[in-house]
Each structure stands twice: as structure tokens, then as C-alpha cells.
Design a protein around this ligand. Structure first.
Ligand SMILES: Nc1ncnc2c1ncn2[C@@H]1O[C@H](COP(=O)(O)OP(=O)(O)OP(=O)(O)O)[C@@H](O)[C@H]1O
Length: 252
């Protein structure tokens, strides 16, 4: 039988911060295994709030989040450890994720905490660093690398956990054009389900066949990325702007 359990299933997710500000108003989102989806929306739309629910950092509102069929239940420590293995979040600032003396040790840190050791650990480190084109830097001090290289290593630290879904928060931010393009090539080849939060609409078009627009804590559109970006009224209504001169129809 074919397994049709979605990689991510969110239903009726609501959340208000302790100061009373409601950030999510009943979000429903299902992502199939192997899909690559961009999460778009203006500042303050609720994108980060949504992402922080995927591994239980934020919780306590209404609704349900399931990762590969496993409910995100933050009060169950064993379940949440498994969820944090399954949901790999690459935060915007790689320095939030790199703190060991060498690149290889940073990549080994997560899996070794889960009890992976010896040859299995070594092969995961090699595999993850190879996937991001950073194997030759394995013995370097992370903070001696360039920003773009550190972002790639941050992606490797998450890949080494063999996540069922990779969540990328603004992966192209602060990269020069060549690094941005190289990272796109790396991300396009990863055999993993991806949810990418981005304001970089050409990047969304290049990497994600499907996009979801979140605005005011609600999903307001969910369609093929090319179709969304070509809908000028929809884009303007949600403060989404393509770079000057960029024509999304060229890429479809
Ligand atoms: N810690 C907090 N306490 C209270 N309100 C918050 C907190 N964090 C975010 N918010 C509010 O929740 C709403 C959603 O914010 P969120 O950071 O999720 O938006 P975003 O879509 O990620 O924005 P951006 O594109 O600017 O990163 C905003 O109104 C924001 O002011």
C-alpha cells in the first residue's frame, strides 16, 4: 500500500502571544512527502509564529500539528525529541546554529545527542557536508568561514539529523548573487520535503513548485508559485512585490 501520510499536517491552528496579540487564526496546511513549498507573506503575517509551532517551540493555542503522522505534543518529552529530529529548522542567522570548534563537530552535534556514534555518525557528517559542498572545510573553525559558507554548514547540521521536513527561514538573505545561486543548486537537489519562508519571490519560484501566502494569521492563497506570482492583484493585496523587471511567466 502507498503511504499517503503527509510530511506535515496542520489543522485549525490558532495562537495568541501572552500579551494577547493573536498571530494565527485557524491555519490549515498539508504538505505531501517530497513537496517543496514556499511560505510567503508580508512582515508580521505570522510566518515565524507558524514555523515555531512545527517543533513545539510555540504551543498552547488551538488546533493540531502533525509531522509525518506524529502529533507535536510539547509536554511529552520523548515525543518532542522525536519531533525535533523530524523537523529540521535552519534559522536565518547561521551563528545561532554553529557553536562547536570545528565544522565537522557542529554537524555531528545533533545526531550524537540522539545516540548516533561511530561509523554511522561519521558517514552522516560526510554525507551532510557533501550535500552542501562543504566537505573540504570539515576541520575548519566555523567562525572563520564566510557568511554563505556558514549558512551551508547550518543546513548540513540539520540534514545530518535526517529530518522528514526541512524548514528554511529566509535561506537567501544576506547572500551575494553567486552564493545565492549556489545555495539554490544545493537546495534543489536535496531529496527532502521543504518548507521555505522567504521574501525572495524569484527564489520561491525557482525552488518551490507550490506557494502558500499567509497574511494576518490566515492562509489567503495556496497554488502553483508561478500562478500566484503572476496574479498582480493578489500580490499587491498582500504587499508582495517582485523585483523590478522580473517576469514570472519566463520561468513557467
Ligand atoms: N513575542 C511576541 N509577543 C507578542 N507578539 C508577537 C511576538 N512575536 C511576534 N508577535 C506578533 O505576531 C504577529 C506575527 O509575527 P511573526 O513574527 O510570526 O510574523 P512574520 O510573518 O514572521 O514576519 P516577518 O516577515 O517580519 O519575519 C505580528 O503581529 C507580531 O507583532
Amino acid at each position: 500500500m502507498i503511504d499517503v501520510t503527509p510530511a506535515l499536517a496542520i489543522s485549525g491552528l490558532t495562537f495568541a502571544y501572552p500579551d494577547g496579540r493573536q498571530a494565527l487564526f485557524g491555519v490549515d496546511l498539508s504538505i505531501a512527502d517530497g513537496e517543496r513549498v514556499a511560505l510567503l507573506g508580508p512582515n508580521g503575517a505570522g510566518k515565524t509564529t507558524l514555523v515555531l509551532h512545527l517543533n513545539g517551540i510555540l504551543h498552547g493555542g488551538g488546533g493540531r500539528v502533525e509531522v509525518a503522522g506524529l502529533p507535536v505534543t510539547p509536554r511529552d518529552r520523548q515525543a518532542i525529541t522525536e519531533i525535533r529530529r523530524r523537523v529540521g529548522i535552519v534559522f536565518q542567522d547561521p551563528d545561532d546554529q554553529l557553536f562547536m570548534p570545528t565544522v565537522a563537530e557542529d554537524v555531528a552535534f545533533g545526531p550524537s545527542n540522539l545516540g548516533v556514534h561511530g561509523e554511522e555518525l561519521a558517514s552522516r557528517v560526510t554525507e551532510a557536508l557533501t550535500a552542501v559542498g562543504m566537505l573540504e572545510h570539515r576541520d575548519q573553525i566555523p567562525h572563520h568561514l564566510s557568511f554563505g559558507q556558514r549558512r551551508r554548514v547550518a543546513v548540513a547540521t540539520v540534514l545530518a539529523m535526517r529530518p522528514s521536513i526541512l524548514v528554511l527561514d529566509e535561506p537567501s538573505s544576506n547572500l551575494d548573487p553567486a552564493s545565492r545561486r549556489e545555495l539554490a543548486g544545493i537546495l534543489a537537489d536535496l531529496p527532502v520535503t521543504v518548507l521555505m519562508v522567504t521574501h525572495d519571490l524569484p527564489y520561491a519560484l525557482e525552488l518551490c513548485p507550490r506557494s502558500v501566502i499567509l497574511d494576518g494569521g490566515r492562509i489567503v492563497a495556496d497554488a502553483a508559485t508561478g500562478d500566484l506570482l503572476a496574479d498582480r492583484e493578489l500580490m499587491a493585496a498582500h504587499r508582495l512585490e517582485l523585483p523590478f523587471g522580473f517576469d514570472p511567466s519566463f520561468r513557467r
